[in-house]
Ligand binder design. Structure first.
Ligand SMILES: Cc1ncc(COP(=O)(O)O)c(C=O)c1O
Length: 394
């Protein structure tokens, strides 16, 4: 008998990405991809990380391969790092996770019941929609300004509206997909709103250390007064996505509850990985790696901005991020980036249609471009190919 499965409701809540399937077929090496969300493969610290893993296994032996509670030296490093960034923390305020996505899922699990309301940005990282919508929550979207980030008046209105939301999630720095960062005034206001209305606000921040212009601003969490702001960090974009390691910062009571909840998911983050990352950090290699990464990203961003100016300058606008890995492009209304994608792939260039990131539909004349994982000498050619496709439609 052919098997017939009855799946849980939750398993059907997560939207299938048509685009992901489309891109999986775009494997031609001649295609210039501006579509990924990856750090540069060439710049991943392969040899140094290898050295750390080897050191850990030979020095720590079985302890590196055994089940273990969260690795205290890593929690200490993160607590110290967050304190330096204006978020006074001790190891009890830190939960080691398997990256920001895991943090988003755990936070949604902790604060949302199916049917509850969650506030998210209208245009946001798909994983945020998956974590909240996947939990069965109703999404209440707020707009973001392309200069200053998430709209705080809209956040307040969303907090006031009945039924009151149980959770809000915003991306503070080098937004995926918008590339923008929110202003210090808005950070302060966001924290104040979370505390005034007693609604947990998650700041999902995998990108802030990837700043190549100016100083890294203080997180929203640094303005928290009563413990309603939660910070999510990650080693994915600053070290390597494959290590699958990140952290949540919050009040110790909430961290203990998250720890209990996560046991049901996956018990713990890999002992070997936690120790290897700690080794990498204790050698001072993260700073060196970030310096190299940010210099490369800066150069690529400048190349991409110049190419946009040259080839799309007459009819498009775009964000100019001071770090991170993405630029958001807005094209004339009549250009539909969804309709255009097959033609772009035929012309050997690929991007992500902006509508893919919208929880309210629309945004069909927008696209997200990545500059971190494309060779610098391919960027101008990629934009020229894109412009050729667009111009045929204008
Ligand atoms: C805004 C945002 N949050 C979370 C994630 C997931 O990151 P991680 O690899 O740490 O799970 C990403 C990855 O692209 C992201 O862009």
């Amino acid at each position: 008998m052919a098997a017939v499965y009855t799946y849980s409701e939750e398993s059907t809540h997560v939207r299938r990405s048509v685009l992901r399937e489309l891109l999986a077929h775009a494997v031609d090496p001649n295609i210039i991809s501006l579509a990924t969300g990856l750090p540069s493969s060439q710049l991943l610290p392969v040899e140094r990380f290898n050295e750390c893993v080897n050191t850990v296994v030979s020095r720590d032996g079985a302890r590196a391969l055994q089940y273990s509670p969260q690795f205290v030296p890593l929690r200490e490093w993160i607590a110290d790092y967050m304190t330096r960034r204006g978020v006074k923390s001790t190891p009890d305020n830190i939960l080691i996770t398997n990256g920001c996505q895991h943090g988003l899922t755990l936070m949604s699990r902790l604060f949302l019941n199916p049917g509850d309301t969650a506030v998210v940005e209208q245009v946001t990282f798909i994983g945020i929609e998956h974590a909240t919508g996947g939990r069965g929550a109703t999404l209440r979207p707020i707009p973001s300004d392309l200069d200053t980030g998430a709209d705080m008046d809209a956040l307040e209105a969303a907090f006031k509206q009945e039924p009151h939301p149980k959770l809000a999630i915003i991306i503070p720095d080098f937004h995926n997909p918008l590339g923008i960062s929110i202003t210090p005034e808005k950070r302060q206001r966001a924290a104040q709103l979370a505390n005034t209305y007693g609604i947990p606000l998650v700041e999902d921040d995998p990108y802030s250390p990837l700043r190549f212009i100016g100083d890294i601003p203080q997180p929203i969490k640094s303005y928290d007064t009563d413990g309603f702001v939660f910070y999510l960090g990650s080693f994915s974009k600053i070290l390597a996505p494959g290590v699958r390691c990140g952290w949540i910062v919050g009040p110790s009571e909430v961290i203990r509850n998250l720890e209990r909840l996560r046991e049901a998911h996956d018990l713990e983050t890999s002992t070997l990985i936690q120790r290897s990352i700690t080794e990498f950090l204790s050698r001072g290699w993260l700073e060196e790696h970030l310096t190299q990464l940010n210099a490369a990203n800066h150069l690529r961003r400048d190349t991409l901005l110049a190419a946009l100016d040259n080839h799309l300058g007459q009819y498009a606008t775009w964000t100019e991020p001071e770090g991170g890995i993405f630029i958001w492009v807005t094209l004339p209304e009549q250009i539909d980036t969804w309709d255009m994608i097959k033609e772009a792939i035929d012309n050997k260039v690929v991007y992500i249609p902006g509508g893919e990131f919208s929880v309210v539909g629309g945004y069909r004349n927008t696209m997200r471009l990545n500059f971190s994982n494309v060779a610098n000498d391919k960027i101008a050619e990629g934009i020229q190919r894109l412009a050729a496709v667009i111009e045929k439609r204008l």
